[in-house]
Design a protein around this ligand. Structure first.
Ligand code: SF4
Ligand code: SF4
Length: 462
């Protein structure tokens, strides 16, 4: 759990500027206001009542990717994303863009600071947009059955020929460019028959060997529908690495998107449901294959600062969270894996490298694949611009960040681009598509790459 609340943390910034060199938005615009130090200063002025809510300050906070690169670089451990989140909560409450002005913020004890909300120039979110957003967060992401129904529709759209017709008739032109591009690069959704519930228990593949540990698999929400094959491969990879895997059937979405959107009640409801579900599993570790989910699960303790009972349970839960690459690299034992003679590079997930502090494990596993060449991606410290739904909300800046990232990817001359988070996967796939390099660069989740390489090696020996 973080020691200081965001309100305390923002007071510890000494304006040294050590965070400036890692901030993707500052790197693009060069404006101090688009960097961590500028954001902390602005949030502090807002939250201490020196300035009132206005559109400029809202834009500045909204343009932050919440990537945490700045926290990693900060000698004072200033929690910039939490400070930005707190400022966003207060701005949202002041301008009716979220549903609960009466609620206490997640991250602090008391709503002690009063903001003048009577006068501001903020453009209000239209009611239909708010309702659609509420529906998406409360009824779809938070309810796996409904999300699966959406998955079924998506599968029908992709398989029935409707996708071809829609594209052929140019109907997609009616949608914003960002959505059009996403529709192009979305993976093929598996049919409902292949998206049934995971087995509650999968034993290690080689039962003649001692178990490397009993772990629980966190399946995620969108991950389990759109990236179902990667989830299946994750359980398979853990089993091949010597782990016994439990998949709790009553687990829920991690709540990261709800948290970032200021939906406090729902975030806490989901956190409690997950803590309960994984307590029952009685495991050594809880494994995620999505950096964004893992970072949210690690931070559950911050939601229960004022609730000693749930705080203890959240601490026990969060202390067990591990990324799949990390646990396999540190405690597992993978069989031989073989590539196709390809050159491979890796774009880290910010939440994985800066919040979960998993910096090298995915690359080390990839480097162990024989008959392939690993090349380090220059400037991999910078976010790819995905950041949850940032690329939908801030398309211009996200595109500029992505273009810069793709320059670096092209320099590596790699045939395979590895990621460790679904958001990064989609963003990098989008980058490859925009560059017209879909036949040159294959984007893959690290888990899928490893399983394919292991199965290739198995086929070669049989
Ligand atoms: S590195 Fe930390 S202390 Fe220094 S300016 Fe940035 S946020 Fe402030
Ligand atoms: S979280 Fe990322 S985008 Fe936001 S200020 Fe820090 S480095 Fe910049």
């Amino acid at each position: 759990m973080k020691v200081l609340t965001p309100e305390q943390s923002m007071m510890t910034c000494v304006r040294c500027g050590a965070c400036r060199g890692v901030c993707p938005t500052l790197n693009i615009t060069g404006r101090e206001a688009d960097g961590p130090r500028g954001r902390v200063a602005m949030a502090r002025s807002l939250l201490t009542g020196e300035i009132s809510v206005n559109q400029e300050i809202k834009d500045q906070m909204d343009r932050c990717l919440l990537c945490s690169a700045c926290v990693d670089a900060c000698p004072m451990d200033v929690q910039i994303p939490d400070i930005v989140m707190l400022a966003k909560e207060r701005i949202a409450a002041a301008t009716e863009t979220v549903e609960q002005p009466k609620e206490k913020p997640i991250n602090n004890k008391e709503n002690t600071i009063k903001i003048d909300t009577t006068q501001n120039d903020i453009k209000k979110t239209p009611a239909p947009t708010r309702s659609a957003k509420d529906f998406l967060f409360d009824k779809v992401l938070a309810d796996q059955k409904n999300l699966n129904r959406v998955g079924n529709l998506l599968w029908m759209y992709q398989k029935s020929g409707l996708q071809k017709v829609t594209r052929g008739l140019g109907i997609m032109k009616l949608f914003p460019e960002q959505m059009r591009q996403m529709e192009r690069i979305l993976p093929e959704v598996l049919p409902p028959s292949k998206r049934k519930a995971h087995a509650a228990y999968t034993s290690r593949e080689n039962t003649n060997k001692e178990s490397k540990g009993r772990v629980a698999f966190f399946q995620g929400c969108i991950m389990d529908v759109v990236f179902r094959e990667t989830n299946d491969n994750s359980i398979k990879l853990l089993s091949k690495a010597g782990f016994d895997v439990v998949t709790p059937q009553d687990q829920k979405c991690c709540g990261a998107l709800h948290h970032h959107s200021g939906k406090k009640d729902k975030t806490i409801e989901l956190a409690k449901a997950n803590i309960e579900a994984f307590e029952k599993a009685d495991v050594d570790y809880i494994i995620t294959n999505a950096g964004g989910c893992g970072a949210a699960l690690v931070d559950y303790t911050d939601f229960f600062r004022d609730d000693p009972v749930w705080l203890e349970r959240a601490k026990a839960f969060s202390s067990k969270i591990r990324d799949i690459s990390e646990i396999i690299y540190e405690k597992g034992e993978l069989p031989e894996a073989s590539g196709r003679g390809e050159r491979v590079t890796y774009q880290p997930s910010c939440h994985l490298q800066y919040v979960m502090k998993v910096k090298d494990a995915p690359a080390k596993l990839v480097k162990a694949v024989t008959n392939s060449e690993y090349v380090d991606l220059p400037d991999k410290k910078y976010c790819c611009g995905s950041a949850g739904i940032y690329n939908m909300l801030q398309p211009e800046l996200a595109n500029e960040i992505l273009d810069k990232k793709m320059e670096k990817v092209k320099q590596t001359e790699s045939a395979v681009l590895i990621t460790a988070n679904p958001g990064c996967y989609l963003q990098m796939k989008l980058g490859v598509y925009k560059e017209g390099m879909e036949n040159v660069i294959d984007t893959k989740h690290v888990v899928d790459y490893l399983v394919e390489s292991i199965e290739r090696a198995e086929n070669q020996t049989n």
